[in-house]
Design a protein around this ligand. Structure first.
Ligand SMILES: Cc1ncc(COP(=O)(O)O)c(C=O)c1O
Length: 379
């Protein structure tokens, strides 16, 4: 019998009621009934983004929302500052370079973060920068960037603060307006507990719309002005939207609001503390210097094959966790605890990793990680 517990940083587990909410006969996206649902969805998503601005739903994966940030507000030749501490910071860089921007990098080693002081310095040195790009939870390394400190620094300049919250939104606190974040991109298949397929774009206000007026990049499907116009006309969506995923989103938001967003974030923090406690109790080393709340990342101990560790955890013990990407392939393990994830899931994941480590001959005490998770959860 095959039964797999999905503990990867996207896609993540989808609650039964969320999947079931989308598994109904298709409603027409221009029907009054659907427009009412959709209008309420975008209003409710503003609470998750922490903005009184706009939230648009885009038919794409998270990268589509990231691309929308770039093509709507910038022009070829514009100078931009990009924080790079992992694969998704590199994605901002690639996107900007694709559209001909002049990228000034703030590069740190994987596992580290970009700080407000780094951004301050880069803006002082590049007063003509049009935007600063950062990644809230850098999923390739498990770090949390202090965007609440970076936003106010960028806000004092003419540049836009643009944030990738593809994995973080719904699992980590987000206060776009208070933290002065101009554009925030998010995805469905992570902390928001949905299947892959839609992305979200939070827009804070006038500074962004003025940048849109200046942008000379040609775009159509990702043109934010079309999305804004559709909302104003109360047709809400310029193109056919993913009706099924929107119905699932309704169910996911109901779950998040029933639990209370503050409680949702507290649950993620608790799971993160428990994940870190397990790693430490097993005598392993945490990878992220400033860990995010949605995943725990540890270094594969010397002499252990990291890819085998993942395979054994999956094939022998039914738990799918993620490995490292690019230079860290086989060198780190990423346990995601985002979205529809409980302490029991984490116990199961840690137990599977312990058993896989024992099978591979690692000198660990099986059960010590599980006990550490239990102790943390009982606090
Ligand atoms: C932080 C972050 N940014 C961007 C992406 C890309 O999202 P997608 O694969 O949905 O396009 C991911 C997905 O893993 C992510 O975790």
């Amino acid at each position: 019998m095959k039964k797999e517990l999905l503990m990867t940083p996207g896609p993540s587990q989808v609650p039964h009621e969320v999947a079931a909410a989308g598994a109904v006969p298709i409603m027409h996206h221009r029907s009054g009934e659907f427009k009412e649902i959709y209008g309420k969805l975008t209003e409710d998503m503003k609470k998750v983004f922490g903005t009184k601005g706009d939230v648009f739903i885009i038919g794409s994966s998270g990268t589509g929302a990231m691309e929308a940030c770039v093509v709507n507000t910038l022009s070829p030749g514009d100078k931009v500052i990009v924080g790079i501490t992992g694969k998704f910071g590199e994605r901002w860089q690639k996107l900007c370079e694709t559209y001909g921007m002049n990228v000034v990098e703030i590069t740190k080693e994987w596992g580290d973060i970009v700080t407000a002081a780094d951004v301050h310095r880069a803006l002082d040195e590049n007063p003509d920068a049009k935007a600063v790009f950062v990644t809230y939870s850098e999923t390739s390394t498990g770090v949390r960037t202090p965007i609440e400190e970076i936003g106010p620094v960028v806000d004092k300049t003419g540049a836009l603060c643009i944030v990738d919250a593809v994995s973080a939104l719904g699992g980590m606190e987000m206060k776009m307006d208070e933290w002065k974040l101009d554009l925030v991109a998010a995805g469905s298949q992570k902390a928001l507990m949905l299947a892959p397929g839609i992305a979200f774009l939070g827009v804070r206000g006038e500074k962004v719309w003025k940048a849109c007026e200046r942008s000379t990049i040609k775009k159509f499907y990702l043109d934010m002005k079309l999305y804004k116009k559709a909302v104003e006309k109360k047709s809400y969506t310029p193109f056919t939207t993913s009706v099924s995923l929107c119905l699932s989103l309704r169910a996911a938001l109901d779950m998040l609001f029933d639990e209370g967003l503050e409680n949702v974030y507290a649950r993620h923090s608790k799971l993160a503390a428990a994940g870190r406690a397990a790693v430490t109790a097993l005598g392993l080393e945490l990878f992220a210097k400033f860990p995010s709340e949605i995943e725990t990342v540890f270094k594969v101990p010397d002499g252990i094959d990291g890819l085998e560790l993942l395979r054994i955890a999956r094939e022998h013990y039914g738990v799918r966790v993620a490995g490292g990407q690019q230079p860290y392939k086989g060198k780190i393990v990423r346990i995601a605890h985002m979205g529809y994830c409980t302490g029991q899931d984490l116990i199961q994941a840690v137990a599977a990793i312990e058993m896989a480590l024992v099978e591979l001959g690692a000198k660990i005490e099986p059960g010590s990680g599980v006990r550490a998770v239990q102790e943390e959860l009982l606090k």
